[in-house]
Design a protein around this ligand. Structure first.
Ligand code: SAM
Length: 246
């Protein structure tokens, strides 16, 4: 890695505790250079000094490095969920879903709306909870409020599912993952990590899931290394996987 960039990441880690060294260099470099320009830093050492003295800049940098684009029902496949996931979850006594890297919560509410609709259509009352987590505190606070602009919500009404959804800050790098999950949804997050880090996180998802639990990755994401042996493909196109029974 470019030593200037590496020093920036080291300083960011010292100041915030967030370790971004496993993220893809090209994405990091582009965004750090943008912060260099924004702070009128002529080189990396000058910018490292700014990070040393400014908690505010550490915060801006962290926000720029974690990409937060999202939407309701983004890259969705209602059909796959209704055919391949919801029927098996709805049969259980209770259901726990985890939306990991949920940004401002749209994905988490979309899961709740979709499962809730499935339960109602099938006259079922299976209790369920959905946890949305993200590294970015501001996004989590926004998600908790659940107040979205009309243009984003279009005609969606999330009021009925708000009680089934919870949000908390969680860094996928290094923090303890929740347990006994029936479905982990982690889409468009791993894509920013190096393969080694992706594999580490995937193995931790495996431990989080109940036997036979499901994993939903983003379109451009896939299993790496040892994680390949631990999941079977449920739907290749949607990137839905299932934890193998061991
Ligand atoms: C592009 S958004 C994806 C949002 C949603 N999953 C979707 O597909 O629409 C990526 C999210 O991953 C979060 N993220 C990045 N690194 C993370 C980490 N180490 N731990 C937890 N979340 C992280 C970012 O803060 C951002 O909100």
């Amino acid at each position: 890695m470019n030593p200037g960039l590496s020093n920036v990441l080291e300083k960011l880690f010292k100041k915030t505790g967030y370790d971004l060294t496993g993220y893809r260099e090209s994405t990091l470099e582009r965004r750090v250079v943008r912060r260099l320009h924004a702070t009128h830093s002529t080189d990396y050492p000058t910018y490292v000094q700014i990070l040393e003295n400014s908690p505010e800049e550490c915060h801006f940098l962290l926000r720029d490095l974690t990409i937060r684009v999202t939407d309701f029902f983004r890259d969705w496949s209602e059909e796959s969920l209704c055919e391949k996931i919801w029927p098996s979850l709805a049969k259980q006594n209770s259901v726990k879903i985890w939306s990991a890297g949920c940004a401002t919560g749209e994905e988490t509410y979309s899961l709740a709306l979709s499962f809730d609709r499935y339960l109602k259509q099938n006259s079922l009352g299976t209790p369920y909870e959905i946890l949305g987590t993200d590294i970015d505190e501001a996004s989590i606070q926004f998600a908790k409020k659940g107040e979205y602009p009309k243009e984003k919500l279009k005609d969606l009404d999330i009021s009925d599912v708000k009680n089934s959804v919870q949000f908390k800050k969680l860094d996928l790098v290094g923090e303890t993952f929740p347990k006994d999950i029936d479905l982990v949804v982690c889409r468009n997050v791993l894509i920013y990590f190096f393969k080694e880090l992706q594999e580490k996180v995937l193995l931790k998802f495996y431990d989080s899931l109940k036997p036979g639990g499901f994993l939903w990755l983003g379109k451009a994401e896939s299993l790496w290394g040892d994680s390949k042996k631990l999941f079977e493909v449920v739907d290749k196109q949607t990137n839905l996987l299932k934890k193998e029974w061991k």
